[in-house]
Design a protein around this ligand. Structure first.
Ligand code: PGA
Length: 250
């Protein structure tokens, strides 16, 4: 079996101004003498990436963006390019988060174009997929995941430039989580589908679970087969909570 280095990534969403930099500073301190068995990443608002990098100077914690435009530059008011995120100090970028797919009507094709832009800039694309509650209730979960994988993962994706995050939409920010059996089924399906679109690279690609991950459920969720880490929203905002999740891998 391929050994996959897990990743625990925190998605701050639209939260945090200068005062919030105290949290990455604290986290860097907590992890200073720890031999990490996983990659740890924070995806703060783009305005904080450069400063977060400087407050964590010397730390192993990586930084990521939360979205990027598919184009390199141009007339796209309010958008940010993958190159700009890289320049600010990011090594990854989340694309296709369900909040982008819902609030900004992003399609699989747009998500794939963003992931491709991330790859071109030398960033790892963290590509999010996941079913809605209606889709789960309708027995369509695996079918939806297949469609999103086929549509959102661009050609040229490899185990090193791509991470897939399975986030059931109904579990995000709700405190609800799928059962470990449901997580196992979804992740096994994703692993099999990745082989179809990525060939051999699919076997080594990290598949993160996301949606209401907390210190209290992290060890159980991270222990499920084919779960190679977590994408964490609310519980990544405070270093004391986030470390409680990272501990699943210490
Ligand atoms: P949550 O968010 O951990 O707050 O549920 C997860 C996410 O949206 O990535």
């Amino acid at each position: 079996m391929t050994s996959i280095r897990p990743m625990v990534a925190g998605n701050w969403k639209m939260n945090g101004t200068t005062a919030a930099l105290r949290e990455p500073r604290l986290l860097a301190g907590m992890l200073r003498d720890v031999k990490l068995k996983c990659d740890v990443m924070i995806c703060p608002p783009a305005t904080l990436i450069r400063r977060a990098k400087s407050v964590m100077k010397g730390s192993k914690i990586k930084l990521g963006g939360q979205d990027c435009h598919a184009a390199v530059s141009g007339a796209h008011t309010g958008d940010i390019s993958a190159d700009m995120l890289k320049d600010a100090g990011a090594t990854s970028v989340i694309v296709g988060h369900s909040e982008r797919r819902t609030n900004h009507k992003e399609t699989d094709a747009q998500v794939a174009a963003k992931a491709q832009a991330a790859h071109k800039a030398g960033l790892t694309a963290i590509i999010c997929i996941g079913e809605t509650l209606d889709e789960r209730k309708g027995g369509k979960t695996l079918e939806v995941l297949t469609g999103q994988i086929k549509g959102s993962i661009p050609a040229g994706s490899t185990a090193s430039n791509t991470v897939v995050a399975y986030e059931p939409v109904w579990a995000i920010g709700t405190g609800l989580t799928p059962t470990t059996k449901e997580v196992e089924e979804a992740h096994a399906h994703i692993r099999a589908e990745l082989a179809k679109v990525m060939g051999e690279e699919g076997a080594g690609t990290r598949i993160l679970y996301g949606g209401s991950v907390k210190p209290s459920n992290a060890a159980e969720l991270m222990g499920v087969a084919n779960v190679n880490g977590a994408l964490v929203g609310g519980a990544s905002l405070k270093a004391v909570d986030f470390i409680g999740i990272i501990k699943a891998y210490l």
